[in-house]
Design a binder for this molecule. Structure first.
Ligand SMILES: Nc1ncnc2c1ncn2[C@@H]1O[C@H](COP(=O)(O)OP(=O)(O)OP(=O)(O)O)[C@@H](O)[C@H]1O
Ligand SMILES: [Mg+2]
Length: 351
């Protein structure tokens, strides 16, 4: 009997669906690991606690729970968004089943995960195809551009009228601008050397660089998890990726905005087809105006920009650099709260 019980527990513990068992006062009786991951809490924190206190958004499910209890049958709430923690919103489908012993069984499937994975597959595939196309085009532009600039320079020297020189100067400076754009589009070399580094060193570099460029009122604060192990990366590339994202945040917040750099580890995280046991998460949060929902899907494409001075390649480059580390950049945005998350797989260690 005991063995069968344990087997059932084992099943629950390995289920990808989050399972929560509560009593009629919403006190937590049991929470499986998938639920711990979904709500980012631990069993230790939740046992015997009112689930609405631990997971603030849970209050939204009380109607569903009341209904199931009143009907004495399973009730399913489809696609509902709940706050699982500060700045952590999840979309779930939740089935509520009242049990004979007065307990209430909740099964939650994170729809974000499905939505995220299909969206993310699209992101990775599109990014790759577009990068190829852009690199090809950039190469084609790069060569004649050198010729145009060189000829304009020669012509400039031959001209004796300053008014005419204005024209050659326009050609030269525009050629330079295009050259910088093309260099950006071509991106960095494919395989730079990777070494073990502490991601906080990288973040601190970026913080100093951006703080120096930012208006005085802009505050960049930190919330680092010091337990994150060192990670095998090409430091310059990762600096560039983070810099592109933090710069965007700085440009978005204006004169006296707030930017937060936060690091965490996360268990069981899928990138592409691979579910990693542990990933390092870098969140770059800003309190700027946010990104319009219909625009959010496009910002990782090259040449997509809303800034007059922008070339629209910063995020595309960041995504490419992070994907060269097996990672992914994602974005979620509401007015006043925009979060870019870089997820980097941490190598498995034998313990
Ligand atoms: N933190 C943010 N808040 C609001 N909008 C953002 C944020 N980050 C990016 N965006 C939007 O995404 C667009 C694309 O960003 P991306 O970095 O790729 O290009 P850019 O900043 O416009 O130009 P570049 O980085 O090449 O100079 C931006 O123009 C902006 O509209
Ligand atoms: Mg940018």
């Amino acid at each position: 009997m005991n063995i069968r019980k344990n087997k059932r527990l084992d099943l629950l513990e390995n289920l990808a669906t989050a399972v929560v068992l509560i009593d009629e006062h919403y006190r937590v009786d049991y929470l499986n690991p998938a639920a711990e991951v979904l709500f980012r809490v631990s069993t230790r924190q939740t046992n015997g606690q009112d689930i609405r206190k631990v997971v603030p958004g849970f209050a939204k499910l009380t109607d569903a729970i009341d209904r199931a209890v009143a009907q004495g049958a399973t009730y399913t709430e489809r696609e509902t968004q709940i706050a699982a923690g500060p700045e952590h919103y999840i979309t779930v489908e939740c089935s509520v089943t009242p049990m004979e012993n007065g307990r209430i069984l909740l099964e939650l499937t994170a729809l974000d995960r499905h939505l995220r994975i299909s969206k993310e597959h699209r992101l990775i595939a599109q990014n790759r195809a577009i990068r190829e196309l852009i690199r090809g085009l950039a190469h084609e532009i790069k060569n004649p551009l050198g010729g145009i600039r060189g000829s304009a320079q020669l012509l400039d020297r031959e001209l004796d009228h300053d008014e005419l020189r204005e024209y050659t100067q326009v050609i030269i400076s525009e050629a330079d601008r295009l050259q910088a754009l093309v260099n950006g589009l071509l991106g960095p070399d494919a395989q730079p050397e990777k070494r073990l580094v502490n991601i906080h060193q990288i973040l601190e570099r970026v913080r100093h660089l951006v703080q120096a460029e930012a208006p005085k009122g802009v505050q960049i604060s930190r919330d680092y998890d010091p337990s994150i192990p060192d990670i095998q990366v090409a430091p310059d590339q990762l600096i560039q990726a983070v810099l592109n994202i933090v710069r965007n945040a700085m440009q978005a917040v204006g004169k006296d905005g707030r930017i937060l750099l936060r690091t965490r580890t996360q268990r069981l995280f899928t990138i592409g087809n691979i579910t990693h046991k542990l990933v390092a998460r870098i969140d770059i949060v800003d309190n700027g105006p946010g990104i319009a929902p219909e625009f959010q899907d496009q910002i990782f494409y090259p040449m997509v920009t809303t800034r007059a001075q922008g070339s629209g390649i910063g995020l595309s480059i960041a995504q490419t650099l992070v994907s060269q580390h097996g990672g992914l950049v994602e974005c979620s945005s509401q007015p006043g709260n925009t979060t870019f998350t870089i997820s980097l797989p941490l190598e498995e260690r034998d313990e």
